[in-house]
Design a protein around this ligand. Structure first.
Ligand SMILES: Cc1cc2nc3c(=O)[nH]c(=O)nc-3n(C[C@H](O)[C@H](O)[C@H](O)COP(=O)(O)OP(=O)(O)OC[C@H]3O[C@@H](n4cnc5c(N)ncnc54)[C@H](O)[C@@H]3O)c2cc1C
Length: 315
């Protein structure tokens, strides 16, 4: 759609890096309807997304529009603090972490969930509702009572792998970037999909003279990076500091953290319609079972928060 409407270079230098940066995916394999639903809606409703964007900007703002900020935001001190606050609100006695040997099965009018808790004891919970939010790949083991064909349509969702490298520099000797970060078009053939600049966006992420960068490497086209050694990945980050961010070659890295996410980002490809249909069928077949998480309803944090709120208020 983007190439048809705005030309190849818009596809290469705007849509491609956006899809690579957000989905770590292949722009040609992700239908606009599924990957960029807001853009799709504008084209369908207003005939073109530019006309749609202008029309939307002219519409009177609702109270909700006024409250919704377009600013980049995070939790103070990092996202862990958001998770901690949620945990405190729910209370630790209602949370079980590190459950093993999970067995879920439906019984007459409820579900029976058994697992080995982290204290080694077997626990049994009988409940009217079960909500899963793990990745699609984990469902066959958790929900073996579901018809195999239905389950396969859900669990075969493809995920892109990503390596995230956090780099901290105590004293920056080079450009200071006042930006969210940058995404790299695939045709530039770089190792790096994108670089975020958390210390430029959020308080207290680095010393006053320093900076923190977050490099994203891998994606559907480059699954091999997840297998690379830490040394090799560090070299890629060091090279990118010089070639992409224009820091001197001998810029010392004071802190480095490497995180490998083998099943990082779900790819909403054409199989999505069959997956959503199967989720509906299964949820009707087993009332009280809710299959949620990033296998539907969007891939970003905001989507997860909205999904969690919608489920929490509807059950
Ligand atoms: C590198 C990276 C950067 C990102 N940056 C951003 C960003 O800047 N902004 C943004 O909006 N979004 C971002 N995202 C996306 C964001 O992280 C996701 O939207 C969000 O994490 C999805 O949450 P989730 O709980 O659905 O899935 P996940 O965070 O993937 O959590 C799924 C959980 O299920 C657990 N699990 C797996 N199997 C089982 C099992 N059998 N039993 C129990 N639990 C199981 C896993 O261990 C995991 O903890 C990023 C993602 C990645 C990978």
């Amino acid at each position: 759609m983007a190439a048809r409407r705005l030309g190849q270079s818009y596809l290469d230098y705007a849509v491609d890096p956006f899809i690579s940066g957000v989905y770590a995916g292949d722009p040609m394999a992700l239908p606009t309807r599924l990957a960029l639903p807001k853009l799709y809606y504008l084209e369908q409703t207003y005939g073109s997304f530019i006309r749609g964007a202008i029309a939307k900007a002219r519409q009177p703002k609702t109270e909700r529009d006024r409250l919704a900020t377009k600013q980049v935001f995070s939790a103070r001190g990092g996202l862990q603090h958001l998770v901690n606050a949620l945990g405190q609100a729910i209370k630790s006695e209602h949370i079980s972490l590190g459950a093993k040997n999970v067995d879920i099965h439906p019984e007459e009018d409820h579900f029976c969930v058994q697992f080995t808790a982290d204290n080694g004891r077997m626990q049994v919970i009988r409940c009217a509702k079960v909500v899963t939010t793990c990745g699609a790949y984990a469902l066959p083991r958790l929900l073996p009572f579901i018809d195999e064909a239905q389950l396969t349509a859900i669990s075969t969702l493809k995920y892109a792998s990503i390596v995230q490298i956090g780099v901290g520099i105590a004293r920056v000797a080079g450009p200071r970037y006042a930006a969210f970060g940058g995404l790299v078009p695939s045709r530039e053939r770089q190792n790096v999909l994108g670089i975020l600049f958390p210390s430029a966006c959020f308080e207290s992420r680095s010393p006053a003279d320093g900076a923190v960068f977050s490099f994203f490497i891998g994606g559907v086209h480059h699954p091999k990076y997840i297998e690379m050694s830490d040394d090799r990945l560090q070299t890629i980050a060091e090279e990118a500091l010089h070639t992409m961010l224009k820091y001197p070659t001998d810029t010392p890295i004071d802190t480095i953290r490497i995180y490998r996410h083998p099943q990082a980002i779900p790819q909403y490809e054409l199989t999505t319609d069959a997956r959503l249909a199967s989720i509906n069928t299964v949820q009707h077949q087993f009332p009280g079972l809710i299959i949620a998480g990033n296998l539907r309803d969007g891939i970003g944090m905001a989507h997860r928060i909205k999904q969690g709120t919608d489920i929490g208020t509807s059950i």
